[in-house]
Design a binder for this molecule. Structure first.
Ligand code: MN
Ligand code: MN
Length: 412
């Protein structure tokens, strides 16, 4: 078979699989995608629309983004890009680990929040530093020790493990250090999409750029004591010994009134069923935080229901794969596919859902630059609104009206 014939043949095979999946998907009430990630060569086609792509093309990327290649018919107009895989971010390698980020440079729509994916080898230290934006963190691997000084001169030290999180308010100086074993990996969210991890105020950088006689006077030591300090080039993330579990620090002003770390083991899910699980961590249980999060697990065959928020949503996919459509008003909508390691971003008020498109649990987080989390369920809103308004707006049947819930379904 020559190349063209093979491509035509493959597109027929793909169409056959798509037809089979479409009927199953319709039975599930989920809008079908005619191009599947495991198709041999996905083609930008839908019945009566599009055509094959003879190339040049990047088939691996096409397979990961079937809804960009062949969008569902409900997509329309121009919607900002809402996806950025950390794998496409430039990495910064340091002696003790690495860090890569997603700011408005990578994802222009993400004006309210920037994200960082950081790895600390066992014992490695993220140097003492501070910055003009708040920092929310979530441990995705291993365990770390965090330190943070509050504005009353009170030191906080805590040990966090996988699934735990922290919040450091703007300007509060802090550090991170991995424990042993696998070390640690975590994601950070900064409360400004234009803030770069490479712009933080580092202790070694500050010492390198203050006059030596001023440093000597400040600390009451001879100039010789500040003449051979570590170079900032050798710091940022650098190797260190495994920290002790129990740490004693001077406390002339007592303990900070609010904890900067949050232990997720204490969290009760707000929703739990065979469909999945939802946990919320916001200022009601973590008073210091300026950032709130919804931790979502959607089991295979289920979907995080159609909803929206009053705040921009920064997403990070931890496990599995998902499809999301964002309706952006004015007749525009776009559909995106996500998998573990991807960042998603949904501007406030954009209606969206996340359907599990894989056969393993989908795990992701919805992060908001707001101390309290708000969520509007499309179905619940319609279920408690005077019925003649809902029925009249959409010309709905009585059978449909009878199915409307009065409480939030969360995952369906
Ligand atoms: Mn920081
Ligand atoms: Mn959401």
């Amino acid at each position: 078979m020559d190349t063209t014939r093979r491509k035509i043949f493959q597109s027929f095979v793909a169409a056959g699989i798509a037809a089979a999946v479409s009927s199953k998907a319709r039975a599930d009430g989920v809008s079908p995608s005619t191009t599947l990630p495991d198709d041999p060569i996905p083609q930008p086609e839908r019945p009566g629309l599009g055509g094959t792509d003879p190339g040049p093309r990047d088939v691996a990327i096409d397979k990961q983004n079937p809804d960009l290649l062949a969008p569902p018919p409900s997509d329309a107009g121009t919607v900002p890009n809402l996806k950025w895989p950390f794998s496409l971010s430039h990495n910064r390698l340091s002696p003790g680990g690495w860090a890569r980020q997603t700011t408005i440079q990578q994802l222009p729509v993400s004006t309210e929040m920037a994200g960082v994916d950081m790895r600390l080898n066992p014992g490695a230290i993220r140097e003492l530093h501070w910055h003009p934006v708040g920092e929310w963190g979530f441990v995705t691997l291993g365990s770390i020790q965090i330190t943070c000084l509050d504005a009353g001169g009170r030191m906080y030290v805590d040990n966090l493990k996988q699934g735990d999180l922290w919040f450091f308010p703007e300007s509060y100086p802090h550090s991170l250090q991995a424990f042993g074993g696998v070390g640690s990996e975590f994601v950070l969210v900064f409360t400004d999409g234009d803030y770069s991890e490479n712009d933080t105020f580092l202790l070694s950088d500050a010492f390198a750029h203050l006059p030596k006689d001023v440093l000597a006077k400040n600390f009451g030591v001879p100039v010789s004591e500040v003449s051979n300090l570590a170079s900032p080039d050798s710091r940022y993330i650098y190797p260190g010994p495994i920290p002790p579990t129990h740490v004693n620090v001077p406390r002339p002003y007592g303990y900070p009134p609010k904890a900067f770390g949050y232990h997720t083991a204490n969290n009760k899910p707000i929703f739990q069923s065979e469909a999945g699980t939802i946990r919320i961590v916001d200022s009601s249980s973590f008073p210091v935080t300026g950032v709130s999060v919804m931790l979502v697990t959607v089991n295979p065959g289920y979907m995080r229901e159609i909803h929206w928020h009053g705040d921009d949503e920064w997403q990070y996919y931890l496990q599995g794969q998902a499809r999301l459509t964002a309706f952006a008003s004015s007749g525009t909508a776009a559909t995106f596919d996500y998998r573990a390691g991807d960042v998603g971003y949904v501007p406030s008020n954009y209606i969206h859902y996340e359907v599990n498109t894989g056969n393993t649990p989908l795990q992701f987080m919805e992060v908001f630059r707001s101390p309290t989390l708000n969520n509007f369920s499309l179905a619940q809103w319609m279920g408690v609104t005077p019925p003649w308004l809902v029925q009249g707006d959409l010309n709905l049947s009585n059978a449909f009206m009878n199915k409307l819930p009065t409480t939030t379904p969360w995952i369906v």
